[in-house]
Design a protein around this ligand. Structure first.
Ligand SMILES: Cc1cc2nc3c(=O)[nH]c(=O)nc-3n(C[C@H](O)[C@H](O)[C@H](O)COP(=O)(O)OP(=O)(O)OC[C@H]3O[C@@H](n4cnc5c(N)ncnc54)[C@H](O)[C@@H]3O)c2cc1C
Length: 320
């Protein structure tokens, strides 16, 4: 058996160079990576530790350029940062409700967006060959939209809020090349031939996440619905970001997580709210519209009414 190699990268450039070698994988908080190794899903020859790279740290906010989250920013830091709580309350709430205090202290936003699906079949090395069909038929926690191929859902809950705020992901690659991609384009539906669910290359480093500034008249809310009160993965989570003009909706983003292979914009519901004053009836209509084209499986049809209620309540919560 060969020995696992470990290297502390000191710069983004060094990390990119090290990741170019096959069998090499990056580690941030290490939570998902360690799980994947224990589950026999990845077996790297070398781990490149990113934790010593200062350029990947830090939360910066200003009203003209918005928010910049270094890839190593922990979920606990996002949940407690005063500028995020004040300006991006749904993002702070999504981080505060993810996982457990211990996990939030170690989990980084970069690693969180790059974590692999929590599907039981994906996570079991014995099921890899058969997971396509079994995954769709068996999962009570799986997707209720876009699930013709697979019912796996993306595991990141902060991604739900980040998408509602229009976040982008910044990436460094070989020869000093950098690229920026909208989060909605970065996250890919699970594909069984692919060893990751994003557009990140194996020799690229996610350096930071940026979120555009929000208008002063922005209202937002986030809700994660779980089966039990203590830490749990979501049945669904919803982020609503509304830009208001007086009492009317000028802009609306409604995003639901854990119900589709990637977090899903509820575009028809967003349109319904535009130019209108929200009351209970309009929120209920928007929520009903959102679930209208759901295609649940026999085992997860309970998620449809749950999602409908959570959307309605989160729209109303955003008004407060
Ligand atoms: C009990 C429990 C409950 C949980 N509940 C939730 C929840 O409710 N919501 C939620 O969102 N998550 C939840 N999680 C998952 C947890 O949040 C993730 O495992 C964690 O965020 C992963 O971050 P990390 O920094 O540890 O990533 P790592 O494990 O270090 O990395 C994950 C992947 O990303 C790659 N990577 C990491 N950083 C970079 C980078 N900067 N550039 C390039 N590649 C990189 C690694 O190679 C690896 O493949 C839970 C986990 C546990 C154990």
């Amino acid at each position: 058996m060969s020995t696992l190699q470990w290297t502390d990268a000191r710069s983004v450039e060094e990390a990119v160079a090290l990741l170019s070698a096959s069998g090499t994988i990056a580690k941030a908080g290490g939570l998902d990576l360690l799980d994947l190794m224990k589950e026999g899903i990845v077996a790297p020859a070398r781990i490149v530790n990113l934790q010593r790279i200062d350029a990947l740290r830090g939360v910066q906010f200003d009203e003209t350029s918005g928010l910049r989250l270094g890839a190593l920013t922990t979920l606990a830091e996002i949940a407690s940062d005063a500028s995020i709580r004040r300006n991006y309350s749904a993002l702070a709430a999504s981080a505060a409700h993810a996982a457990t205090p211990q996990v939030r202290n170690a989990a980084t936003i970069g690693g969180n967006l790059l974590q692999r699906p929590r599907c039981w079949y994906f996570r079991n090395e014995l099921f890899h060959a058969a997971r396509q069909e079994t995954g769709r038929e068996q999962s009570q926690y799986g997707a209720i939209f876009d699930n013709a191929m697979s019912a796996m859902v993306h595991a990141s809950t902060p991604a739900t809020a980040l998408l509602a705020y229009g976040a982008s992901v910044h990436i460094a690659g070989k020869q000093g090349k950098t690229r920026t991609i909208a989060l909605g384009d970065f996250l890919l539906p699970p594909d069984f031939d692919r060893d990751r669910d994003t557009t990140l290359g194996s020799d690229e480093v996610l350096t930071h996440v940026s979120v555009p500034p929000v208008a002063a008249n922005t209202n937002a809310a986030y809700h994660k619905q779980t089966e039990r009160e203590s830490y749990d993965w979501p049945i669904c989570d919803v982020a609503v970001v509304l830009t208001m003009k007086e009492r009317k909706v000028e802009g609306a983003k409604i995003v639901a997580g854990a119900v589709a292979p990637v977090p899903r914009r509820m575009s028809a519901s967003e349109k319904l709210l535009l130019g209108r004053e929200i009351d209970e009836q309009l929120a209920a209509d928007a929520a009903r519209l959102a679930v209208g084209d759901a295609t649940p499986t026999e085992k997860n049809s309970y998620k449809v009414p749950v999602l409908e209620v959570v959307i309605r309540r989160t729209i109303m919560a955003a008004l407060r």
